[in-house]
Write a protein that binds this ligand. Structure first.
Ligand SMILES: Nc1ncnc2c1ncn2[C@@H]1O[C@H](COP(=O)(O)OP(=O)(O)O)[C@@H](O)[C@H]1O
Ligand code: SF4
Ligand SMILES: [Mg+2]
Length: 330
C-alpha cells in the first residue's frame, strides 16, 4: 500500500524567554523534535499524547501552514513546501483541516449554505449553480438536510456546526483530512455520532485521515495505526489494539492505565508520576525518565531511538514492556 502522506524528521523549535520573564535569557522550546510517520491512502493514523506534546504543531507542519526547521513532508508523491505558490495552493486544496472548535472555525454572519460554498468560490470551482448543487449534496453526505442551508451557525447545535465544518472541507474533494481534536469541544452524547460520521465519510469519499486526540480511547475507535507522542517525539507506533492491550512503551502504558474501566468505576488505574512535561530544557537521555517507573542509569544519558519490535510495532525505549498484556479486554 503506497503512502499518501510521508513525514520524515519534522522539527520545530521555538526560541522563547526563559523563567526570568520578559528579560529572561532565551531558551529553546522543542515543540516537535524529529517526528516521522506515513499514512497509506484510505487509512487513519491516530496521533495521541498529552496536551502540549506537539500534536497541533505537527499538523501545521504537515499542512505547510507553519515553516519547519527541518524534515520533509511528501504528499501524493510531491514535497510539500511552506512557500505559498501554485503547487502549495493545490496541495492545500487536497489537504483539509478540521479544528476542535467549530464555532470559531465558522463565520457567525454567514448562512450555512454560503459557508459551505465559500471554499469552492475561493478556489474558483464551478459556476454558482454547480456550487449550490454540490453544497447541498455534501450537506446531505454529512447529515445536514437542506433546511439548514439558510440558517446561521448560532442556530445549530455543536454537532451540527462540526458537520458544517466537515462540509466546508469536503466540498473541495480533499484526499487528506487533518482532524485536530475534532470531537473534544462537543457534548459527550454526540461525540460518537461525529466519530461514526467520520468513519462513514472516509469510506464514501476514500479519505485519508491524520486524526489527532489527547484521548487514546477515541483514537482507538478510528485509527488503523496509532503514533504516541511525548515531548515532541513519537515514542510508540503500531496497531491500536496491540498498543491498547499490551503497550510496549512505559508512557503508552501510563496512558492506557489512565483510562477508567468499568472495573475501576471511573477511577484511573495508574497515574503518571512526576511533574507534567515541559518542552523547555527537556531532560537528557530519554525525556520520559523523570516519570518512568522502569528508568535505569542508561535512560538518563542515552536517548532511545524508535526501533522496530518483534510484533511489527515501534518503540523508543531501552527497556520496552514485552510481556503480559497490561490491560484486560475493555
Ligand atoms: N508559536 C509558539 N511559540 C512558542 N511556543 C509554542 C508556539 N506554538 C506552540 N508552542 C508550544 O509548543 C508545544 C507544543 O504545542 P502544541 O503543538 O500546540 O501541542 P498539543 O497540540 O499537543 O497540545 C507547547 O509547549 C506549546 O506551548
Ligand atoms: S528508555 Fe528508560 S526512561 Fe525511557 S521509557 Fe524506556 S525505560 Fe523509561
Ligand atoms: Mg493541540
Amino acid at each position: 500500500m503506497s503512502a499518501l502522506l510521508e513525514v520524515e524528521g519534522l522539527v520545530k523549535h521555538y526560541h522563547v524567554r526563559g523563567g526570568g520573564g520578559l528579560f529572561g535569557a532565551p531558551v529553546v522550546l522543542k515543540a516537535v523534535d524529529g517526528v516521522s510517520f506515513a499514512i497509506p491512502a484510505g487509512r487513519t493514523l491516530g496521533l495521541v499524547g498529552e496536551s502540549g506534546c506537539g500534536k497541533s504543531t505537527t499538523a501545521r507542519l504537515v499542512l505547510g501552514t507553519l515553516a519547519r526547521d527541518d524534515g520533509q513532508v511528501m504528499f501524493d508523491g510531491e514535497p510539500v513546501g511552506s512557500v505559498r505558490d501554485a503547487r502549495w495552493r493545490s496541495q492545500r486544496r487536497a489537504m483539509q483541516m478540521v479544528y476542535q472548535d467549530p464555532l470559531s472555525a465558522l463565520d457567525r454572519r454567514l448562512t450555512v449554505g454560503k459557508q459551505v460554498m465559500e471554499p469552492a468560490l475561493v478556489h474558483g470551482l464551478g459556476a454558482a449553480a454547480e456550487r449550490h448543487e454540490k453544497a447541498l449534496s455534501i450537506m446531505d453526505a454529512v447529515g445536514l438536510s437542506s433546511r439548514f442551508f439558510d440558517r446561521y451557525p448560532h442556530e445549530l447545535s455543536g454537532g451540527q456546526r462540526q458537520r458544517v465544518v466537515l462540509a466546508r472541507a469536503l466540498i473541495l474533494s480533499p484526499k487528506l483530512l487533518v482532524c485536530d481534536e475534532p470531537i473534544s469541544a462537543l457534548d459527550v452524547s454526540i461525540q460518537a455520532q461525529v466519530i461514526n460520521l467520520l468513519v462513514d465519510l472516509q469510506e464514501k469519499f476514500s479519505l485519508t485521515y491524520l486524526f489527532i486526540s489527547h484521548d487514546l480511547k477515541v483514537v482507538r475507535q478510528v485509527a488503523h495505526e496509532v503514533a504516541v507522542m511525548y515531548l515532541g517525539r513519537v515514542v510508540e507506533r503500531g496497531d491500536p489494539e496491540a498498543l491498547f492491550h499490551a503497550p510496549a512503551h512505559p508512557y503508552t502504558q501510563a496512558l492506557v492505565g489512565a483510562i477508567p474501566t468499568p472495573r475501576t468505576r471511573g477511577r484511573a488505574r495508574a497515574a503518571l508520576q512526576g511533574d507534567p512535561p515541559s518542552p523547555i530544557n527537556t531532560p537528557p537521555g530519554c525525556s520520559f525518565h523523570p516519570r518512568c517507573p522502569r528508568a535505569e542509569a542508561r535512560c538518563r544519558s542515552e536517548a532511545p531511538l524508535l526501533r522496530p519490535l518483534d510484533d511489527g510495532r515501534f518503540a523508543a525505549c531501552h527497556f520496552p514492556v514485552l510481556s503480559t498484556p497490561a490491560r484486560e479486554a475493555a
